[in-house]
Design a protein around this ligand. Structure first.
Ligand code: HEM
Length: 231
């Protein structure tokens, strides 16, 4: 087992498993965030549910561990590949012509998403979970008091001074994430064993659709709020 974990294929396997776990997170997170387009009450109810549901609370540390492992394995494999590239010469050069922009730039795209994530955690998670914010002052919805997460989140994108910049940063990060997924999605499945020709083609198509859904879905939210304002 120890040999498998430290082998190249073992590292790629764990990167794929953690990547697929993050894919599930993205689906849940996007679904919850699309409620922002439906107005304050719907988003605040969804956000209250996400913030109090015990299963979601248990999943949060697992998510953090998933992110950390994914980044560690990606870094180690990228460094190993760079070393190997120095000695492989022509075969690697030929191969690089056949691969997509995303597959050649996975580490850079992942790095962009990670940089966005630091800003993103400071913008919302940190304020909701740690410091609080005046915008979060409780509101009453259907007889229940809950934090006004809508005011905090929508407020960032409609801010008269920085709203445009934040919206652009969030939209660019969503596109980088989408590109990362165009390669990452099917590649993860291929690594865990769906590697025959039929499955590879199917998963490439599903991967592209998923990447467009996630990239487009996350990008639409700030753009919509910036253009049409908060409800
Ligand atoms: C329009 C885009 C997005 C919006 C409006 C948004 C909104 C939010 C909010 C409000 C929170 C705090 C939730 C809470 O603690 O109650 C949060 C947390 C988080 N977001 Fe996003 N998010 C967006 C895009 C993304 C993207 C693209 C990623 C991943 C690449 C991401 C990853 C995370 C993570 C890891 C957390 C912390 C864990 C959690 O609270 O679930 N978010 N986001």
């Amino acid at each position: 087992m120890g040999g498998f974990i430290s082998s190249s294929i073992g590292k790629k396997f764990f990167m794929s498993i953690t990547g697929l776990f993050l894919v599930m997170f993205l689906l849940v997170h996007l679904t919850a965030n699309l409620a922002l387009l439906l107005g304050p009450d719907t988003f605040n109810i969804v956000s209250h549910f996400m913030g109090t549901n015990p299963i979601i609370q248990i999943m949060q540390p697992a998510l953090a561990i998933g992110f950390i492992l994914h980044i560690i394995y990606a870094t180690v494999l990228t460094l190993q590949n760079q070393k190997a590239r120095g000695t492989e010469g022509y075969s690697k050069v030929v191969n690089s012509h056949q691969s997509s922009f995303a597959s050649k730039n996975m580490y850079i795209l992942g790095g962009l998403v990670l940089s966005f994530l630091v800003l993103h955690i400071i913008n919302f998670f940190w304020k909701i979970k740690v410091t609080g914010d005046p915008l979060l002052a409780d509101v009453m919805i259907h007889g229940e008091e809950m934090e006004n997460a809508y005011a905090l989140v929508a407020g960032l994108f409609i801010d008269p001074n920085l709203g445009f910049i934040y919206s652009a940063v969030y939209a660019i990060a969503a596109i980088a994430l989408g590109l990362h997924l165009t390669h990452g999605f099917w590649s993860a499945f291929q690594t865990i064993g769906f590697s025959n020709d039929v499955w590879r083609k199917r998963l490439t198509v599903v991967g592209y659709l998923f990447a467009m859904l996630v990239g487009g879905g996350f990008a639409i939210i700030p753009i919509f709020l910036m253009l049409f304002g908060a409800k």
